[in-house]
Design a protein around this ligand. Sequence first.
Ligand SMILES: [Zn+2]
Length: 318
Amino acid sequence: MARRAVRGAAQQSRECSCHDSLLNESKILLVPISLPHPLAGVILGFDMKVLGLVDSHIHLTDFETGTDIHALIERAAAAGVGCLVCNGTSEDDWAEVREVALADSRVVPCFGVHPWYTPRRSDEWLSVLEEFLLSMPSGVGEIGLDRNEQPCDREAQEEAFRAQLDVARRLRRPAMVHCVKAWGWLIDILRSEPVLPCGMLVHSYGGSADLIKPLADMGAYFSFSGKVLDGNFLRARAALLAVPRDRLLVETDAPALMPPPEYRSEVVLTSDKREHNSPVNLPDILRGVAELLGERIDTLHEIVVENAARFLEPILEI
Ligand SMILES: [Zn+2]
């Protein structure tokens, strides 16, 4: 995947001077950057006014090549989104995810192999993944199971998922989990594995309400995207009502999962006029979730920020 211009403002930058040259080499040398993460003080101090809303799941590297990611992050910040959890999906995008996070401390990076991309893993994928995870404060993601993916190589998906759960456990990082039409399979795997010490986030939750308690008991947080605002997704709406308030998160999954028109403040148009979702829409999604829950927006705002701070704490206190 091509790299894009994502340089942040100087005060946001965590760039090391050797970074560009490292990325240009065929074998990337990952030099650990200074720790802890700049957001750690904000998050550990629970200064919610400074932190703002957290987009708990986004793919900043999936926007069209040439998209000004820094401007996108600034527009999201102006809308009240102060932190974005940016997921990688395969070895192809990990360097770019790292680059985006190094350029802007509001981006919390995650590295992982998404179930769609398990067939492209190299022989060294697991050791490369660990190198990326150890190179900076980061989570494990996006990982998971997807039976919609055709052909669905269940064995490869399960092997990659279990291996990455093991990495999350050993390195004490939270995991970002994707699950589509694989809920029984997910529960079986999680029950057969030791508990994740830093928990997991099930992104754009689409399972049933019945699974909320068993997943919560295994340390899950539940992140809802604009999809739950679509009246056709009744199961996700029922599940939303069952989520313990201290496990609730919100996300855009931008550029994917465009929310319904009444919950869109921004549409990112591609050069061929396709409409992409934007992190600017997160406050609209929060408003919609508050409506579904019958909760005040400011109360829910406080709840999801506090939840995100708690969930991300293991990453940011590294
Ligand atoms: Zn995702």
